[in-house]
Structure formats: structure tokens, C-alpha cells
Design a protein around this ligand. Structure first.
Ligand SMILES: *[C@@H]1O[C@H](CO)[C@@H](O)[C@H](O)[C@H]1NC(C)=O
Ligand SMILES: *[C@@H]1O[C@H](CO)[C@@H](O)[C@H](O)[C@H]1NC(C)=O
Ligand SMILES: *[C@@H]1O[C@H](CO)[C@@H](O)[C@H](O)[C@H]1NC(C)=O
Ligand SMILES: *[C@@H]1O[C@H](CO)[C@@H](O)[C@H](O)[C@H]1NC(C)=O
Ligand SMILES: *[C@@H]1O[C@H](CO)[C@@H](O)[C@H](O)[C@H]1NC(C)=O
Length: 832
């Protein structure tokens, strides 16, 4: 039996000291939006990318990326994974700046900061701002709104959102102060009616671009350009006196919002892209302009016109070695494909990367490959046969030291190649996904099946992934979950006595959103017991695999046996947490508010089980995979254990409080390890116990997981001491080690080494959690679209495009008639 062998082997090899070193489970394809990539202008081979909810990455010489902000995203500082801007010091390639913060509305309680690293991201210092920064807000692909003076490393500008205007540091980023002479702080709001504050916040400033060819005044670059989200008065402003006074550029295009402003210093020209939307999903018209810095002449160089112009423009790549050579991208051309144009004459003429030959036939002047993430072929490129070039292309860059090397960020991945100049000769370039090392999925659920699939990963936007064995965790899967493919998967579970049987749920109304597999998640088929109005939420598969209980986001808690149609269970509140006994087919469990529920008739009816004395909030319910009737319940007051099918509970531990997800995994001996996210002696972290909750060890170390309330968790069912953490924006981490602990009942903090790339934070960590609203049901509020929280104001309806769910969200959770609440990430579901 596999678990037994693995266990013996690891017992022999395991070190005495705990050593948890965290690494990503590999998908190899990013999996989310890359708003920006920045090359260092003076040092070859130095480049960084930012993700909207997954922090910063540094480019390696083999085209892979290394995450550099994992060490600064502990629970209290989860919002540091939101990167709204990135800047490099032209005079020192070791220096990186980033504007960090996730949301400018109430979902993110903390003000933002400008983070600085002087060692390419190994360690960081922070300059706290007096306002918020919105790395995951509308307009996050414009920019960069942060820039370092090319003539003076002490001078940094930051263009703020929310009407806070322009900010400047003159001490190398230690402090920032308001440039009050810059008075147009922007008034445009993407969705003024959005009461959540997400769409209705002022977009503010969009970019800061220095003219490195201009003279200096007291050591500061004299000529500076700043973009503003203003399509009424003027959007591009200039200072010629090193930021003392500002005026709008004369003759500038009146309509649209500028997204990018790039200097070609040899040409002494700016290239600007415009869209009629602020991005990143929108844009139905736009333009591209060249501004001559010598003559102050504007020239419209938009590549297309008329009915061919049905999109705005996003990324623009300017070749620094070959003046006049450019590439520019349509921000979103959803059909028939993204569009990219190339010019070799400063934008006077352009050629496209594809064109119609004889409709519907197309000439594609490119080849595509994705060896780093083969699942993108069946999961995306083959699905509709369009959009294979991407969407949300806000960043399109040519390596300043290599005219053939280009990269662009999309809503899914990073694309690029090493033969761009082939466009100019044979008009055909080779594109690949080049996101190896970037793991930015929003994970909803993790399951490791004892004796079955090592890891099942349900994710937002990319469906999910199966890793059949531990040895496959470092290999990108050949497919994501397909046939049926759900855009967002909300849960996955297995049958304890038939471990190859797996069930998963999706989150879209209108099609059946339940799929079953009988080969451990290798292949799937639709569960025809599901109707098209049931979706989202969480699942519990009975031990024998005959029954599915589904705590839906839409229809309350339902049950189906033998793939019959689903009907409501009795006695369990809507959105309850659910679990199945893994050894006894008759038993299911539930949790809601402070009550634990049991069903002993195969999920037909539920009744209150044993009391959880002292607890007011059930956050998770798990079962021992091998022992019938052994149930663990995590609560605000600690973890409770029942060994009699939930009839009665004892408080297993109160050394941890505010416990969120918990998991059991194979340990070094016969006792399974217990893992828990909660508040213990080392703070709000991931703890492990090898003695069934008697002692706890901090096994997280300095690895950041973001908000612990938003993390999913699994212990390996097969590999001793292996544990998985699913994050909201940094994919899945895993580590393997031996838990040591004192026998005193307190937790030890000896623990964990960290992965090689982890950086040590120089900021002090706030002791209190930033998660201010404890979700009623962690699973449903984390995962489901109709996420209700305890403070939810029940019966109101959210309008089209408004928020309707999310971890810290407290507003309306019902959508107006005709719209469905669609999960976007743990913090945001939207009426669409
Ligand atoms: C910064 O200055 C601008 C322009 O004077 C002003 O509108 C804005 O309110 C200021 N922001 C803060 C946070 O003081
Ligand atoms: C500014 O842009 C918004 C969004 O595209 C649009 O609704 C509005 O009409 C524009 N205003 C002007 C004056 O063009
Ligand atoms: C560009 O090259 C690819 C790969 O060789 C080829 O499949 C494609 O047909 C070429 N495009 C055109 C328009 O010839
Ligand atoms: C510039 O591009 C045009 C296509 O628009 C092409 O015909 C021409 O050969 C190119 N010139 C050079 C020098 O590459
Ligand atoms: C900056 O803010 C963070 C959290 O937002 C806090 O932990 C830290 O103490 C602050 N630093 C200073 C110097 O105020």
C-alpha cells in the first residue's frame, strides 16, 4: 500500500528538526493577469513583472521568473500582493520600487506603501502612504504611475488614485510628499453607481514618464510627463522645471484615456496609447499617438480606422536599439483574436500579426507554442480557436538590449518570443507562453486523496488541475479540468471508500455545473443529476460514492443519489459548510454559525449534533480519512473533536483560536498530522501538530500566504509530512517536513526554513489580522458567489456589474433579476 511505503521511507530520511521549505506546485502558465512588465533601461537582462493580486516577479536568463514578494505577504500584510505600479532605478539595476496595496475601497482596510528593494527583491523596506493603493482596481494596467528620475536616484514620483494627486520623494523613497502644484487629480470613475466603492473610485493619475534627454535643474530631470484619467479637459501634463509647475500639453488628443507613455530617446519622441475605457477588460475605440519632443508636434499613428477599429490600445513596445521600430497591441479584441501591429517607420505604416485572407480564413503571421504550460492548448487555445494571442494586453515590451526579444502580459499568462525581427523579414514570428515560475492562480479548494490522486486543485478562472502523484507536482499538467470545463471551480471532493471517484462543482448559472470522475480526476463527465440553475458552493461525496450533498450558492443544500436529480436536504441552512464521513456511507456533517449538524441517513435529513461549547463560529469541518466517525471542527474558539460521528465534542485545542481551514495529512507515525490556519503563539499563521493537537508548531515560517482566512489547505494523504496551501493569487504552495513540538502544550516556533527565493521583511508585522469580518461560513464566503457573511444585509439586490460577494464583503448578495452572481476571486464576486 503506497502510503505505508512512503511513510517508512520518510521516517528513515527525515531530519529531526522541522524544515518546511515552501515551493509552488507547478502549472507553469501564470493563470492570471500580468498588468505590467518593466525592463531595466541600462542593464541587460534585468526585468520584472507585476501581478494584480500575486505580487512581483523577477525575470531569469532562461525566460523563467522568480517571485520576490512572498516574504512580505503574511496575514496582516496580505495586501502587499496587490502591485499597482513598478519602477526601476535607471542608475542602479539592483533597486526596485513598487506601489503596494490591493483595493482603495473598504475591502482593503490598510493604506498602501511604496516598497523599495536595493537587492533585486531579496529584502524590502516600506514607505507607508497616507492613502490606499489599488493593485486590483480598474485601470491597473495603465502606467507605470511610479517612476525614478533617470538623472537622480533620490527622486521618485508616484501618481495616486482616489484624487490624492501626484507624490514625490526626494530622499530615495524614504518619504513622499504631495506635489500640490499638480492640480488635476482626475475625476473619472469607471462605474459611478457602484456602491461598493470598487468601480466608483476616482481613477486618478495613470503614468509618470521622464524625458531623459532633457536638461537637469539642480540635478533633477527637468522635463516630466504625467497622465491623468481625464477625457474631458486634458490627460497629458508636462513640467519643464523639474516638477515645480505643470501644464497640459498643447494639441493633445482630446478623447480617450492614455494607458501608456513611452519615450524613445534617440528619436526624442513619446509614444502613447489611448482607449475609451480605463481597462483592463474594456475598450471599444482608441488611438495611438507620437509626440515629437523637439517640435512639440502630435501625430496620429493609429494603425486602423473605420469598422476595423473596435478596440482601445494597451501595450506599446518601443525598440531602443532600432529607432522607429514599434509594436502596439489592441487592449481587448475579443473576436476573432487579439491584434498586434508592427511598424518600422515610427508608426507611419503598420502590419498586423494576422489578417483575413478570404473570410473566414485568416493569415496568422505567427506560430504558437506552450511547452511550459501544455494545458493552455486544450484549456484555452483549442476551446474557441480565437483569442489565442490573449486579451487584456496592457503591457507589450521589447527588450532594450535585444530587438528580437519581446514579452507581453495577458489576462491569462505572459507571451513572448526571441525572433521579433522576423516580422520585418518573413513576416512571421514564434510566440510562446513565457510564464514559467509565475503562479498566480486564485485557489478555491485543495484535496489530497489517500491512496488516490495526490492533489486536486480547484481554481478561479482556469477550472482546476489534477496531479496524480507527488512526483508530478513539479510538472505542468497537460490539461486543466475540461469536458466539462468550468471557468471557476468552487469545490472538489472524493469518495473515501472508492477513492478514484471524484466530484467537482462550477460557478456559472445556465449550464450544468457538476462533474464526476471515476479515475481520480483524470477525465470527467457531466453529472446529469444537476440542473442548470444549481451552481457554486461546496460538495461532500459519500464514502461509497453513491450520494452527493451540494451546499450550492444558488439553491440551498441539495442531495442527489445515484446521479438522480438534486432535491433539498432537510435541516441544514443554505450555504452551510458540509463534509462526508469517508468510511461510513450513511454519515454527512454540517456546520453553520455556532451549530454542528449530523445526518445519519445518507444526507437526507440533518439535525443538530454535539454542542461546540464556547464556540460561536464554525469555520471548517473535516473528517479523518481512515477512521469512521472522527470529525474535527474549526471555530473561533479552537478546534473540536468528535470520535462518535458528531454526537459529542471535546475541545481538542484552544492553543489556536480563530481557526480557519484545517486539514489532516499522513504523519511520521500512525497519528495523522493536523494542520490549521489560526492565531497561535507565533501570530496568525499555519500551524502543524504531530500529536493530534496537543502541541503546535509554526510551519509557515517567513513564507507569505496572504490572508490566512482566504487560504485553502490539504494534508497529503500519501506522503508523510507533506502539506498544501492554496492562496488567492499565488497558486498552490507545498512543503514537506517533520513537525517537532514541545510537550508543554504551547506552540513552538523553531520550525521552518523557507524557499530559496523568500525574502525577509524588514517591516514589523502588525499583530492583528486585517480580516475584519469573520465569514459566517469560511467555505461559502470564500468560494461562492452568493457568499453571505454574518453581517450581510440580507434581502437587498445588487445591480448589474455590482459586487455581490467576497470574503470581507457585507453588502447585497442577491443580483437584480436577469443577472447572476459570478465568483471572481475570494474577495470579489460580481453580478453579470
Ligand atoms: C494632494 O494635492 C492635490 C492637489 O493640490 C490635492 O487635490 C489632494 O487632495 C492632495 N492629496 C492629499 C492626500 O493631500
Ligand atoms: C469619457 O469616457 C467615458 C467612458 O468611455 C464616456 O462614457 C464619456 O462619454 C467620455 N467623456 C467624454 C467627454 O468623451
Ligand atoms: C507562420 O508560420 C507558422 C509556423 O511555421 C505557419 O503555421 C503559418 O502558416 C505561417 N503563417 C503564414 C501566413 O504563412
Ligand atoms: C518595413 O516594413 C514594410 C512593411 O510594412 C516592409 O515592406 C519593409 O521591407 C520594411 N523595411 C525594413 C527596412 O525592414
Ligand atoms: C506601515 O504599515 C504597516 C502595515 O500597513 C505597519 O505594519 C508598519 O508598522 C507601518 N510602518 C510605519 C513605519 O509606520
Amino acid at each position: 500500500m503506497r502510503p505505508f511505503h512512503a511513510l517508512l521511507l520518510l521516517l528513515a530520511a527525515a531530519p529531526i528538526e522541522a524544515a518546511f521549505s515552501w515551493a509552488n506546485v507547478v502549472t507553469g502558465g501564470g493563470g492570471g493577469f500580468i498588468p505590467s512588465i518593466v525592463f531595466h533601461p541600462k542593464t541587460q537582462g534585468v526585468a520584472y513583472a507585476r501581478a494584480d493580486i500575486g505580487g512581483l516577479y523577477k525575470l531569469n536568463s532562461d525566460d523563467s521568473w522568480t517571485p520576490i514578494t512572498d516574504g512580505i505577504t503574511q496575514d496582516a500584510t496580505w495586501h502587499n500582493w496587490g502591485a499597482d505600479a513598478l519602477a526601476l532605478d535607471p542608475q542602479n539595476s539592483d533597486v526596485v520600487y513598487a506601489a503596494l496595496g490591493m483595493y482603495t475601497n473598504s475591502w482593503d482596510p490598510n493604506n498602501g506603501c511604496i516598497a523599495k528593494s536595493t537587492n533585486q527583491g531579496s529584502t524590502w523596506t516600506f514607505s507607508n502612504l497616507t492613502f490606499k493603493v489599488g493593485g486590483n482596481m480598474p485601470g491597473r494596467g495603465t502606467g507605470e504611475r511610479l517612476a525614478v528620475d533617470p538623472a537622480n536616484s533620490n527622486i521618485i514620483y508616484f501618481g495616486a488614485r482616489s484624487g490624492h494627486g501626484l507624490w514625490r520623494s526626494t530622499d530615495g523613497g524614504a518619504t513622499f510628499s504631495n506635489v500640490t502644484s499638480f492640480t488635476n487629480t482626475g475625476s473619472y470613475r469607471q462605474t459611478p453607481s457602484d456602491t461598493s466603492g470598487y468601480g466608483s473610485d476616482i481613477m486618478g493619475l495613470l503614468f509618470v514618464t521622464f524625458d531623459s534627454t532633457s536638461s537637469t535643474i539642480n540635478g533633477a530631470t527637468s522635463r516630466i510627463f504625467v497622465g491623468v484619467a481625464d477625457n474631458i479637459t486634458a490627460s497629458v501634463y508636462e513640467s519643464t522645471d523639474a516638477g515645480t509647475t505643470w501644464k497640459p500639453l498643447a494639441g493633445q488628443p482630446a478623447a480617450f484615456f492614455p494607458h501608456k507613455c513611452r519615450l524613445q530617446s534617440t528619436e526624442k519622441a513619446l509614444y502613447l496609447t489611448y482607449s475609451n475605457g480605463i481597462g483592463p477588460y474594456d475598450g471599444t475605440s482608441g488611438s495611438v499617438w507620437r509626440y515629437d519632443l523637439t517640435t512639440s508636434a502630435w501625430k496620429d499613428i493609429t494603425p486602423v480606422s473605420g469598422s476595423n477599429l473596435y478596440f482601445g490600445f494597451g501595450g506599446i513596445g518601443v525598440d531602443m536599439l532600432k529607432p522607429g521600430y514599434l509594436v502596439v497591441a489592441a487592449l481587448n479584441s475579443w473576436w476573432p483574436n487579439a491584434q498586434i501591429y508592427r511598424s518600422n517607420n515610427s508608426g507611419s505604416t503598420w502590419t498586423p500579426i494576422w489578417e483575413w485572407s478570404s473570410y473566414p480564413a485568416m493569415n496568422n503571421y505567427y506560430s504558437l507554442s506552450t511547452p511550459n504550460a501544455p494545458w493552455i492548448v486544450p484549456g484555452f487555445w483549442d476551446v474557441t480557436n480565437d483569442e489565442d494571442l490573449g486579451w487584456m494586453i496592457e503591457s507589450l515590451e521589447i527588450d532594450p538590449f535585444d530587438s528580437n526579444h519581446w514579452l507581453y502580459g495577458t489576462g491569462l499568462t505572459v507571451m513572448g518570443g526571441h525572433d521579433l525581427t522576423n516580422w520585418d523579414t518573413i513576416h512571421n514570428v514564434s510566440l510562446s507562453t513565457l510564464a514559467k515560475g509565475i503562479e498566480e492562480m486564485a485557489v478555491t479548494t485543495l484535496v489530497s486523496v489517500p491512496g488516490g490522486s495526490e492533489l486536486l486543485v480547484a481554481v478561479g478562472d482556469d477550472s482546476g488541475f489534477t496531479y496524480l502523484s507527488s512526483s508530478s507536482l513539479g510538472t505542468p499538467p497537460s490539461t486543466n479540468w475540461l469536458n466539462p470545463g468550468f471557468t471557476t471551480s468552487t469545490d472538489v471532493d472524493y469518495a473515501g471508500l472508492a477513492v478514484a471517484d471524484v466530484v467537482r462543482s462550477g460557478n456559472s448559472a445556465g449550464t450544468q455545473q457538476l462533474a464526476v470522475s471515476s479515475n481520480g480526476g483524470g477525465t470527467w463527465s457531466i453529472d446529469y443529476g444537476a440542473s442548470t440553475s444549481e451552481y457554486g458552493g461546496t460538495l461532500a461525496y459519500s464514502a461509497s460514492g453513491d450520494t452527493v450533498v451540494w451546499s450550492t450558492a444558488s439553491q440551498g443544500v441539495l442531495r442527489s443519489q445515484y446521479t438522480g436529480s438534486f432535491a433539498s436536504v432537510t435541516g441544514l441552512p443554505a450555504t452551510a459548510i458540509i463534509a462526508s464521513d469517508k468510511q461510513n456511507d450513511n454519515y454527512f456533517y454540517g456546520g453553520y454559525a455556532s451549530t454542528f449538524y449530523v445526518s445519519s441517513n445518507n444526507g437526507q435529513t440533518f439535525a443538530a449534533g454535539g454542542t461546540l461549547s464556547g464556540a460561536t463560529q464554525v469555520n471548517d469541518v473535516i473528517v479523518h480519512p481512515k477512521i469512521a466517525g472522527e470529525v474535527y471542527v474549526s471555530t473561533n474558539a479552537g478546534i473540536y473533536l468528535s470520535t462518535n460521528f458528531g454526537s459529542s465534542f471535546t475541545l481538542l485545542t484552544s492553543a489556536l483560536t480563530n481557526v480557519y481551514h484545517i486539514a489532516l495529512g499522513v504523519g511520521s507515525g500512525s497519528t495523522w498530522n493536523l494542520y490549521a490556519f489560526g492565531t497561535g503563539s507565533a501570530g496568525n499563521k499555519l500551524y502543524g501538530s504531530a500529536d493530534n493537537g496537543n502541541t503546535w508548531t509554526d510551519i509557515q515560517g517567513t513564507q507569505g500566504f496572504g490572508s490566512i482566512a482566504g487560504c485553502s489547505l490539504a494534508g497529503s494523504g500519501n506522503v508523510a509530512g507533506q502539506v498544501y496551501v492554496g492562496t488567492n493569487g499565488r497558486g498552490v504552495f507545498y512543503a514537506q517536513g517533520t513537525i517537532t513540538g514541545s510537550s508543554s502544550g504551547g506552540s513552538t516556533t523553531t520550525s521552518s526554513s523557507v524557499s530559496t527565493h523568500a525574502s525577509s521583511s524588514t517591516t514589523s508585522r502588525a499583530s492583528s489580522s486585517t480580516i475584519t469580518t469573520t465569514p459566517t461560513t469560511l467555505k461559502t464566503s470564500t468560494h461562492s458567489s452568493t457568499a453571505s457573511s454574518s453581517t450581510s444585509t440580507a434581502t437587498c439586490t445588487a445591480s448589474h456589474y455590482s459586487q455581490c460577494g467576497g470574503l470581507t464583503y457585507t453588502g447585497c448578495t442577491q443580483c437584480a433579476t436577469g443577472y447572476t452572481c459570478v465568483f471572481s476571486n475570494s474577495y470579489y464576486s460580481q453580478c453579470l
